[in-house]
Design a protein around this ligand. Structure first.
Ligand code: NAD
Length: 429
């Protein structure tokens, strides 16, 4: 099947590479010549495990092309996916300028007798209908199309596996032809098929992310109570999560959720709910608890005497990605800089992205060991495996003052104190 995908970020590029890998002829549309050139030469631009190899393999097989030309990309394409960003506006609402702008381009350049236009971007209820309205307004009269919502559930860091083996594939459309076309395209991919109307598919994506964010904020609330009452949050949540109705995943306390999805999707869902007159108090609290989680870490730092030089391990919003959008570590660094701390950072993948944003305001170390040299405090903010397997005796020797604040609870408190560290974590005595 020929496909066109607009957008080549985490969603667009992964979707393109996976569908090309499955034998489709995939055309990716972007709007920056320099990025398209890099992609066409096999550089994925973003870091995602396995993506570079898959990109290069499919470029060689000529199943993948990058262009800014809508006409050649759309010609003969059975499905056009929209995978552009939907960032938050100041008031939390999803900014749909890119999605709706792309819809207009698609409409103007459609020449096939029939095409399915499917939104993979996370968009509020009603957006796919707006996409349909725009296309209807600008398309040639002889051209036919249907819209379908096909929300994306991949996680950065495991995006290829998630796309090939998802828990479910949601297809929302009012058109049987569009649903059948998307079912055919997804045939080689695992996962239960959920067929819904447009609004349900749009809402499923937001409700899923809001539930994940709620679990994290719930874990942080219980961590606060555990800290105040001498309970151990790890033991509590382990036992709570063993109940199959609840589940263990995403029930972890720490410095809060970040990334390009959960923070913005929670805010956008609050906005959507309120625009329909629905009380969204629960999610407002989830958002507030998330902000307090990082404020709590800052409070713990400020309570430590004689701390000037802080080493930070972890900048990405989670392990196995270079994505620093809405990353809790970045929020924490900005506040620490305002208070005059000297900061040295290390992250296995996100350093270049942070350099672009923070420049010379902080010091960049080449390794985790370099980062802790002469530090008064080590702050762990992303749970990369590398940090779990570190030689702590070497770290102890390198630090001026062997103190750790572990924002992700990656170490066992007893073991680490035996090694001579002063150690503070989240919700554990
Ligand atoms: N990143 C994730 O883990 C993830 C998971 C599920 C859903 N989503 C959703 O998917 C969408 C895209 O997310 P992402 O992380 O891939 O974003 P991204 O920022 O990595 O990529 C967005 C892409 O859109 C392109 N773009 C923007 N405006 C354009 C335009 N006018 N014409 C052509 N291209 C344009 C950008 O150049 C970029 O390639 C968002 O709605 C997001 O919420 C993201």
């Amino acid at each position: 099947m020929k496909l066109a995908i607009v957008g080549h970020g985490y969603v667009g590029l992964v979707t393109a590479c996976v569908f090309a890998h499955l034998g489709n002829d995939v055309w990716v549309i972007g709007h920056t010549a320099e990025k398209l050139k890099r992609l066409q030469s096999g550089d994925p631009i973003i870091f995602e495990p396995g993506l570079e190899e898959l990109l290069q393999k499919n470029l060689e097989a000529k199943r993948l092309r990058f262009t800014s030309d809508f006409t050649e990309a759309l010609q003969g394409a059975a499905v056009v996916f929209i995978g552009v960003g939907t960032p938050p506006k100041q008031n939390g609402e999803a900014d749909l300028a890119a999605v709706l702008g792309v819809a207009e381009h698609i409409g103007k350049h459609l020449t096939n007798p029939y095409t399915v236009i499917s939104c993979k971007s996370t968009v509020p209820v009603g957006t796919n209908l707006k996409v349909a309205e725009i296309i209807t307004r600008v398309k040639k009269p002889e051209v036919q199309f249907d819209v379908a919502s096909c929300p994306e559930f991949l996680r950065e860091g495991t995006a290829l596996g998630d796309t090939l083996h998802p828990d479910r594939i949601v297809i929302g459309s009012n058109s049987k032809t569009a649903i059948d076309t998307l079912l055919k395209l997804h045939k080689p991919i695992d996962g239960e098929r959920i067929i819904t109307n447009l609004a349900s598919a749009e809402l499923i994506k937001y409700a899923s992310n809001a539930m994940l964010a709620t679990k994290i904020s719930f874990a942080n609330m219980i961590a606060n109570l555990a800290e105040a009452s001498n309970a151990n949050v790890d033991e509590v949540l382990h036992a709570v999560g063993m109940d199959k109705r609840i589940g263990r995943l995403f029930l972890y306390p720490g410095v809060g959720y970040g990334g390009s999805c959960l923070p913005k999707d929670v805010k956008a869902l609050i906005h959507t709910g309120e625009s329909f007159g629905v009380d969204m108090a629960l999610l407002k609290e989830v958002d507030q608890i998330n902000i307090s989680a990082r404020k709590k870490i800052l409070k713990k730092i400020k309570e430590m005497d004689d701390t000037k030089h802080i080493a930070i391990w972890g900048l990405a919003f989670k392990p196995d990605t270079d994505d620093i959008r809405e990353s809790p570590p970045l929020h924490i660094i900005h506040e620490l800089l305002e208070d005059g701390y000297h900061i040295t950072v290390y992250d296995p993948e996100a350093m270049e992205n942070v350099k672009k944003q923070m420049g010379s305001k902080i010091t960049y170390a080449k390794t985790s060991y370099d980062a802790v040299k002469d530090a008064d405090l080590l702050l762990i903010l992303t749970e990369w495996n590398e940090f779990k397997q570190i030689d702590l005796t070497a770290v102890h020797k390198l630090m001026r003052n062997p103190a750790i604040i572990d924002g992700r609870n990656i170490y066992d408190p007893a073991t680490i104190r035996e090694k001579g560290f002063s150690y503070v974590s989240v919700g554990r005595p």
